[in-house]
Design a protein around this ligand. Structure first.
Ligand code: DOR
Ligand code: ZN
Ligand code: ZN
Length: 436
């Protein structure tokens, strides 16, 4: 492929914001400078646009294999590309469960054939798949559901958790909710059809208890721990003073932006996710923790269920909402509102996920790095709408939200995969590398 030269764009570089050019050759960033020579290059002149590294979404549920009516690696990766996401890490609660080397290999094979962007797959922990967890290679980590959620994955017995923390080589990522506390609360509120009871079943205390246990185990075994989707002020305050170097955490845009009873009244079970959306004080504390660096990065927890499934009454509706394609526009909107800088967005969504998961040559605009890029128009505005969503489930909890700051074009390993509504479906992403 001809080299591609981005000419006269705003570059978000690790050293600062610069006007200039960026040359892509053989899928890599070959050169960056104020004015690069134009010979032998396919030239992209997008004056006024900003070039940033592609977003790395470290937490999605693309439902492949097993639930193609909700999403597939093809449809999910397409939604990702439209949202400026060039790499994703997919969770193991697929069908069959991704709890063995074989099922991981199966998911990688589907992705190699169908994913538009780069991919990695977590292996799921069960009480009895230790050998698989020990022997699997090239995964971002081991996912432990300390409390049960969508699907049947669950490891809630302390001795099982100890064994996994003690004797596996990989990073451990946890869904931290205390199963026993959640079950006890559920029994008390049995039969409730009020979705506002969701955060009263899955309480801040249940999240804090599991988070504290995970941190204690990480400290005891000096284990690399990533706490998925932080949701409470209590956890943020705990981590502000108890976050050893081996521990990192993430937050989702929905937990930053959607809160309170009125929101639940408006969205009904569309707002039902695990761990839940909560009162406003939590969203405020999470934003502060992100700004302060207590929370390391953003993850979408894209967990699509169809509108039909979500229309079941509370108690029967599944938990989860889509989000892979709305995250970058929502964060750029916060940037435009003066709440953070574009460098913050790049650090939270590109640079840090690459660092946390030891993914080499990604997450920054640097010579020699992979050309995973997104061209954004920081001034473009639109209203998010269900019918415009690329995800198979065609809805967003942010339906009707005005956003400012949109991805215009997305490049994966130097290849255009998305531009202004069009997809280049012949391009395929690559398996991510995880350094050990
Ligand atoms: O709300 C959720 N949905 N939380 C999870 O932990 C799983 C996810 C899903 O897969 O639907
Ligand atoms: Zn989870
Ligand atoms: Zn999840």
């Amino acid at each position: 492929m001809d080299p591609t030269l981005f000419k006269g764009v705003t570059l978000i570089l690790p050293e600062g914001i610069r006007e200039g050019d960026l040359l892509v050759k053989d899928g890599k960033i070959a050169d960056i400078g104020p004015s690069l020579p134009e010979h032998a290059a396919h030239i992209i002149r997008d004056k006024g646009l900003t070039l940033m590294p592609g977003v790395i979404d470290p937490h999605v549920h693309f439902r492949d294999p097993g639930a193609p009516h909700k999403e597939t690696l093809a449809s999910g990766s397409k939604a990702a590309a439209s949202g400026g996401v060039t790499s994703f890490l997919d969770m193991p609660n697929t069908t069959p469960l991704a709890t063995t080397r074989d099922t991981i290999a199966q998911k990688k094979a589907i992705a190699a054939d169908t994913s538009l962007v780069n991919y990695g797959f977590f292996i799921g922990a069960t009480p009895d798949n230790l050998e698989e967890l020990q022997k699997v290679e090239q995964v971002p980590g081991i996912k432990i559901f300390m409390g049960s959620s969508t699907g049947s994955l669950l490891v809630d017995q302390p001795e099982d958790l100890e064994r996994i923390f003690k004797s596996t080589p990989h990073l451990v990522a946890v869904h931290a909710e205390d199963e026993a506390m959640v079950l006890a609360n559920k029994a008390k509120l049995e039969g409730s059809t009020d979705v506002w009871d969701h955060p009263r079943i899955r309480t801040p205390e249940a999240a804090l208890k599991a988070t504290k246990l995970a941190v204690a185990l990480a400290e005891k075994y000096n284990k690399r721990l990533h706490i998925c989707h932080l949701t409470t002020q209590e956890e943020a305050e705990f981590l502000a003073t108890h976050k050893p170097a081996c521990v990192t955490t993430e937050v989702s845009p929905q937990h930053l932006l959607l809160a309170g009873r009125a929101m639940y009244e408006r969205l009904g079970t569309l707002a039902q996710i695990n761990p839940p959306l909560r009162e406003e004080r939590h969203a405020e504390a999470l934003w502060k923790a992100l700004k302060a660096g207590v929370i390391d990065c953003i993850a979408t927890d894209h967990a699509p269920h169809t509108l039909e499934e979500k229309a079941r009454p509370f108690g029967k509706a599944p938990s989860g909402m889509p989000g892979v394609e709305t995250a970058l526009p929502l964060l750029l909107t916060l940037m435009n509102q003066g709440k953070c800088s574009i460098q913050d967005v790049v650090r939270w969504m590109c640079e840090t996920p690459a660092k946390l998961y030891n993914i080499p040559r990604k997450g920054a605009l640097k010579t020699g790095y992979d050309a995973d890029l997104v061209l954004v128009d920081l001034n473009a505005q639109k209203t998010l709408k269900n019918e415009n969503q690329i995800t198979k489930v065609k809805w967003t909890a942010f339906d009707g939200w005005p956003v400012k700051g949109l991805p215009i074009a997305t490049y994966v390993n130097g290849n255009p995969v998305f531009r202004e509504g069009d997809f280049f479906l012949e391009i395929k992403g690559q398996a991510l590398t995880f350094m050990v």
